[in-house]
Design a protein around this ligand. Structure first.
Ligand code: ADP
Ligand code: MG
Length: 307
């Protein structure tokens, strides 16, 4: 480790406030978390790579650091968990220097502070390759237990937070992880299943359907379409964008109809909550158009590929 790397870690340590349940944060060989006996600890990790998840210099290091944490917080929200400690590992391009690394961490720390979570450790490396940043986030269930993808039941209402589509016009870098919405959902209702939209609404809905062994009917007319879709210049319809664009980072929740109705009545957050369809026992997934015609809804969205 070079003195510049030590100095960088010290710079980070001074800015990373330690909050419970973290008792030992940055500076020792490992962090210590005082977890509660009998409570689940929820852990998720996500890596972003230059040239794949973002481009430099198009994207500022501050926004890259923010996004690297935000995608992990979105995964915790999707488990109905609140973050308690986060870890960040970086492969830093040597030629971009310390200020670049500081900006990266400043963006991440700002979001960590907003959600009152502790940056409790990480790893710092420099190399002649592109930027790679990997964040691991630990959380505690917001309710009695984490909410899984596998809990959807036939008859459940399908609810979605916010609006869908057009995220790549810019929102994918500045989105708000739906932690407050997840907290309110589990406070108000017995939510059966939960997932965040990272690959695309239809693709992520299919993950719930597969994990739960059920199907779905989605009402095309009720899908909340984001205004950003108008900024996407291509031939695809606004509906196609809403169904298949990735990186919305909204939540899809399912709950039985009585609970769903009550949820919508009592919902009091600024982020909209919309019923978009129902879970069916029949295992197919269909899109119902405004005129009542039905068509199969395949798992449209971003797919990770290997060459
Ligand atoms: P070790 O050699 O034991 O792996 P390091 O020198 O890599 O330790 O790290 C020293 C301390 O600094 C550890 O607590 C580690 O978690 C923390 N750390 C290293 N890099 C970062 C980073 N980018 N952000 C936050 N903490 C970091
Ligand atoms: Mg050590």
């Amino acid at each position: 480790m070079t003195s510049a790397e030590f100095a960088l870690i010290d710079w980070i340590r001074q800015r990373a406030r330690v909050r419970p349940p973290v008792s030992v944060g940055i500076g020792d060989d490992a962090a210590v978390l005082q977890t509660t006996a009998g409570r689940d600890l929820v852990v998720t990790t996500d890596m972003l790579m230059e040239g794949v998840d973002f481009l430099c210099p198009d994207t500022s290091p501050r926004l890259i650091g923010r996004k690297a944490l935000a995608v992990n917080l979105s995964d915790l929200a999707a488990m109905a968990a609140r973050p308690v400690a986060v870890f960040v590992s970086t492969a830093l391009p040597r030629d971009r220097g310390v200020p670049f690394a500081q900006e990266l961490h400043a963006g991440l720390l700002e979001l960590a502070d907003e959600y009152e979570t502790t940056l409790a450790g990480g790893d710092t490396n420099t190399w002649d390759g592109p930027l790679v940043i990997c964040v691991t986030a630990c959380g505690e269930p917001l309710g009695r237990r984490p909410i899984l993808r596998s809990g959807a039941q036939a008859g459940d209402w399908i609810l979605v937070t916010g609006a869908l589509g057009g995220s790549l016009a810019g929102r994918h870098l500045t989105f708000t992880p739906r932690l407050r919405e997840a907290a309110r959902l589990v406070e108000l209702a017995d939510v059966h299943s939960l997932i965040d939209v990272s690959d695309g609404f239809a693709a992520d809905l299919h993950h719930v359907l597969e994990a739960s062994g059920v199907g779905a009917r989605i009402e095309a007319a009720s899908l909340p379409i984001h205004a950003d879709v108008a900024r996407c210049v291509d031939e695809r319809s606004p509906l196609a964008h809403a169904l298949s664009d990735g990186e919305d980072f909204e939540l899809i929740a399912t709950a039985d109809p009585d609970t769903g109705r009550r949820l919508l009545e009592r919902w009091d957050l600024p982020t909209p909550l919309t019923k978009v369809g129902e879970i069916t026992a029949a295992r197919d997934c269909r899109l119902i158009q405004a005129d009542g015609t039905a068509a199969p809804l395949p798992p449209l969205g971003w797919t990770h590929t290997f060459a």
